[in-house]
Structure formats: structure tokens, C-alpha cells
Write a protein that binds this ligand. Structure first.
Ligand code: SAH
Length: 288
């Protein structure tokens, strides 16, 4: 990523490479030995992220950085994006759907969105007091009916250490947590997670986006990437952007938020097809 970036104290970086070299020792000689400088720096990077969240209340307001009131707009935006996608990828027939909620926090997305559309949802979250709250928030109520929608597995792990069970998920949902992963761990996460998707399965990434380059948050060791930065990384993962949309209705002082649906198969159709089947109007236009 060539564009320049900033950190939360206003310190500038010429490009992402320079920032990652400072933050996690990228480009320094990498040794398997965990005591080597780059390994220790990376460890400290992740440690800081986890410590930050360990000090945050296990509430909607807590996981939304004091902006609990955006929950409703967030869920509405996600639902409008997800519903047509489910039909496009899996058809109109009702079938048993399974999702994974990554960096799930207290289970806000699972409770308000995923359980409405998926029969089973697994949660992945490295901070144990959040995951405990999620277990409580998502405890099954009343009698279990046959067509029940429920949270099934609660994995207390960070993304960079997780490999999913083969072919378990229709959708892997990643919201407001991927900024904790440096680029190389970002790319290897998606490459590993590929095996977890069923046929036609897809990822959803919903994240803050910077106007250009990136913004490093030194308080919780996370970065906000630009749309271009994300797209460059998706390409490195072998992912195609099936569709994307801007989240609307958030307070103006917040970062813009984008939602991406990502697939490993190349989306069908496109301009070439139209050109092949409708050559006449194109010729007409050229003549005039
Ligand atoms: N996605 C949830 C929570 C957002 S808060 C929601 O939208 O409500 C950010 C979450 O990312 C926190 O729960 C935090 O513990 C988690 N997180 C921090 N580092 C992570 C990592 N390396 N891998 C996965 N999740 C991480």
C-alpha cells in the first residue's frame, strides 16, 4: 500500500510498509525463535489490542465505543445488504444455514442480525469477559422447537489463531475487528478460512474506512484502512468483491463504514457478455 497514513497522535507515515516496520518489525529479519525482535513486537501489538478490550464494559455501548445508539442503523444496513445476497447465493428455498461471527464481542451482531437468518451461529472472540456475556445474551429461551435458531459454538480465540472446521459455514461475518490484524495475518486468515466455507459460501466484511491510506490507533493497536487498501488486500487473498455498499445514517464525526461481500469464485456476467450478444447498437454509435 503506497499511500501515506497517520496515527492517532498525528504522526505521519510515508506508507504502510514504514508503519508496519515500526509497529511489528515487518521487514526485519524474521526468525522462528519467539524471542526475536519482530516476534516480540507482533506479540506486543496483539497484547495491546486485547488489553484495551479487556478494560471495556461488556455492553452494546462498550463494543461500539460509546456509540450504542448506532446499533439499530447498523443492523438495518446489514440486513438490507444480506437478504438479497442470501437469495443470490443460495436461492429462494429455505435451507439450513450456518454462520460464523468473527470478533463477536458480546454477540450483538449474532443476536440482532445473524440469528434471524441462520439456524446455527458460532462465535469467535478472544476476550473472555465478552464471550461470557455473549453466552448469557444468547442463552436459548423456553422450549426448543424443531426449527430453532441458536448460537452453537463459542470459540475464545483471536482471528490470527483460528482455522475453521472444513465446510461448516455459509457465511463468515467479520465486523469491526479485522483492523487488529496486520496485513500478512489478514491475508493468511482469509486463505485459511476458505476451507470453512460451503459451496457458494461467502464472507461479509463490515469495517470503518479511512479516506486515504490508513489511520493507526495507538491506543488499541488497530488500523483503519482505506477502501483501496482493503481491495488490494482482498486481491492478495484471492477474493473477489461480489458487492459492496456504504453504511448510511451514522453520526458525521465517525469514520465512514463500508460493507463488502467477498467470494472466491469469480462473479459471473459482466460487460464482456453484453458486448458479445448486443454488437449492433455499439456499431451504430461508432458510426455516428
Ligand atoms: N463485532 C462486534 C464487536 C466489535 S468490538 C460488534 O460489532 O458488536 C471489536 C471486537 O474485536 C472486540 O470484541 C475485541 O475483543 C475483538 N478483537 C480484538 N482483537 C481481535 C483479534 N485479534 N481477533 C478477533 N477479534 C479481536
Amino acid at each position: 500500500m503506497d499511500a501515506a497514513g497517520l496515527d492517532s497522535n498525528g504522526h505521519g507515515f510515508r506508507n504502510a510498509e514504514e508503519m508496519w516496520r515500526e509497529e511489528i518489525g515487518l521487514g526485519e529479519r524474521v526468525e522462528e525463535d519467539a524471542t526475536s525482535a519482530p516476534a516480540a513486537k507482533r506479540h506486543a501489538w496483539y497484547r495491546k489490542g486485547i488489553s484495551y478490550w479487556q478494560g471495556v464494559d461488556a455492553s452494546v455501548d462498550g463494543v461500539l465505543g460509546g456509540y450504542g445508539h448506532v446499533n439499530e442503523a447498523d443492523v438495518k444496513g446489514s440486513e438490507a445488504f444480506l437478504k438479497p445476497l442470501l437469495i443470490d447465493r443460495f436461492g429462494n428455498e429455505r435451507r439450513h444455514l450456518v454462520a460464523l461471527d468473527c470478533g463477536s464481542g458480546i454477540g450483538r451482531v449474532t443476536k440482532n442480525l445473524l440469528l434471524r437468518h441462520f439456524n446455527e451461529v458460532d462465535l469467535l472472540e478472544p476476550v473472555s469477559h465478552f464471550l461470557d456475556a455473549a453466552r448469557e445474551n444468547l442463552a436459548p429461551e423456553g422450549d426448543m422447537k424443531e426449527d430453532v435458531h441458536m448460537a452453537v459454538n463459542f470459540f475464545c480465540l483471536p482471528l490470527q489463531e483460528f482455522t475453521p472446521e472444513i465446510g461448516r459455514y455459509d457465511v463468515i461475518w467479520i465486523q469491526w475487528c479485522i483492523g487488529h490484524l496486520p496485513d500478512d495475518d489478514f491475508v493468511s486468515f482469509f486463505k485459511r478460512a476458505k476451507v470453512g466455507l460451503k459451496q457458494n459460501g461467502f464472507f461479509v466484511v463490515k469495517e470503518n474506512v479511512a479516506k486515504t491510506g490508513f489511520v493507526l490507533d495507538t491506543e488499541d493497536s488497530s488500523i483503519t484502512r482505506s477502501d483501496l487498501y482493503f481491495r488490494d488486500l482482498f486481491k492478495q487473498c484471492g477474493l473477489h468483491v461480489h458487492s459492496s455498499k456504504d453504511q448510511k445514517g451514522f453520526p458525521a464525526e465517525l469514520f465512514a463504514v463500508k460493507i463488502y461481500a467477498l467470494v472466491f469464485d469469480k462473479p459471473k456476467g459482466g460487460r464482456n457478455k453484453k458486448l458479445r450478444y448486443k454488437p449492433a447498437p455499439i456499431k451504430e454509435r461508432r458510426r455516428s
